[in-house]
Design a protein around this ligand. Structure first.
Ligand SMILES: Cc1cc2nc3c(=O)[nH]c(=O)nc-3n(C[C@H](O)[C@H](O)[C@H](O)COP(=O)(O)O)c2cc1C
Length: 391
């Protein structure tokens, strides 16, 4: 803690130890990086005037959502090509999530498969679905996740198309990286990553690859390789209802930011998950934090709301909780931790975030997350976005 007391203290070390292609894949936004920068900047001018004289308070961080109780109000967002960023990351994150009782959401396009990761999850895992247009593949994915004991399904809505990711193009980075001299060079100068990859195996699409080879019993197959894994996606409200009928447990819809979408979603799914995909999809998108207060007002006090995109400290997370979220997910910080410190890094990030939330709660004398959520923040003007009426 003394050497790396904040998430961002680990960033320089992580950047040194990650090959260029992994680092650019992890840290890039899209377009002009406006959304990714706004996610961070919008958090800066939010203040809380503390109240005191409440005696001594021992904060309790336990949080209930979707019929589960977690030790803290945060979890690990789904991240694709996980082991390309840090070899073995799915295993490290799932083990850490069980040890600390936080949710880990496995991506459809992670490198380790649904089945492999489930061995470490103790029936506590969340599975994220990129909705394939091919319903045969969709149903098979859901069947596999149910059979492997995943509890919560997270359906991602905010990828109607791949984004341009200009930074990756400029850096000549292809994802997954091509086996050429340049890739080899970038890997060779990062020995911890390279040795990890030799032990863990070359990153592949553990869950999706089977739909593109001859072993799958289904009639339709995706194209082989990366293009196949980024299969044609499709989502509308009817499709979502079908998914909800197949999945018997809680279903979460991820990637919404518009109030009307949230209202429609709340009639079908058990929870909405506000996100701009960490600024990786639509560069003119607001931070989901800016739409959160309005969505909370529309959905009422009891409907569960999860949020992510740019919450890299316990303070940031407290702000989201005070503005109406029930739970905060985070993506890049856990990879910064693993990039810097390997397996231990994931635990270290957890410990930092937990300690920071605990400290905020001590500082403002609140005893539990419910009381934290009732605190009233001061927001900058125009923080909450409203659609203009031009006519
Ligand atoms: C490298 C990377 C890969 C991602 N892959 C997925 C994915 O496979 N599925 C998904 O729903 N979201 C994916 N996301 C979005 C995350 O789930 C999450 O919304 C985002 O990381 C939150 O922003 P943060 O990184 O600022 O916390 C990805 C994000 C990153 C950075």
């Amino acid at each position: 803690m003394d050497k790396f007391p904040r998430v961002m203290d680990l960033l320089p070390r992580a950047k040194r130890r990650l090959p260029h292609f992994s680092s650019e894949y992890l840290f890039s936004g899209t377009g002009y990086d406006l959304a990714i920068n706004n996610n961070k900047n919008i958090l800066k001018n939010i203040f809380l005037t503390p109240r005191y004289l409440k005696g001594s308070v021992q904060p309790n961080l336990k949080t209930k959502i979707l019929n589960c109780e977690f030790n803290v109000p945060f979890g690990i967002a789904p991240v694709g090509l996980t082991s390309l960023i840090w070899p073995g990351a799915e295993k490290y994150l799932s083990k850490m999530s069980v040890k600390n009782k936080i949710p880990y959401c496995l991506s459809t396009v992670a490198c380790a498969s649904i089945e492999e990761v489930s061995k470490f999850l103790n029936g506590q895992g969340w599975f994220q679905l990129y909705p394939p247009e091919n319903k045969e593949i969709r149903n098979d994915l859901l069947k596999r996740a149910i059979k492997s004991g995943y509890k919560v399904l997270v359906v991602t809505a905010d990828i109607p198309a791949s984004s341009r990711r200009e930074r990756l193009r400029l850096a000549g980075v292809s994802v997954p990286p091509k086996n050429n001299l340049r890739t080899f060079f970038h890997a060779a100068i990062c020995p911890s990553w390279s040795i990890g990859t030799l032990i863990n195996g070359i990153p592949a699409f553990g869950t999706m690859d089977q739909y593109s080879d001859g072993n799958w019993h289904g009639t339709e197959k995706t194209k082989a390789g990366f293009a196949g894994s980024q299969m044609k996606r499709f989502l509308d409200w009817d499709y979502l209802k079908e998914v909800k009928d197949i999945w018997k447990g809680p279903v979460v819809l991820k990637g919404l930011m518009h109030k009307e979408d949230a209202i429609l979603a709340s009639k079908i799914v058990d929870c909405v998950y506000l996100s701009n995909h960490g600024g990786r999809q639509l560069d003119m998108a607001p931070s989901p934090l800016q739409t959160l207060p309005e969505i909370r007002n529309s959905l009422g006090p009891d409907y569960p709301i999860i949020i992510d995109s740019g919450f890299y400290s316990g303070q940031d997370m407290c702000k989201a909780l005070m503005l109406g979220a029930n739970f905060v997910m985070t993506g890049r910080p856990f990879f910064i931790g693993m990039g810097a410190l390997g397996e231990e890094g994931a635990q270290h990030i957890h410990d930092i975030l937990k300690d920071e939330i605990f400290n905020v709660m001590e500082q403002i004398c609140v005893k539990d997350i419910g009381e934290l959520q009732k605190q009233k923040l001061s927001l900058p003007e125009n923080f909450v976005l409203r659609e203009m009426n031009y006519n």
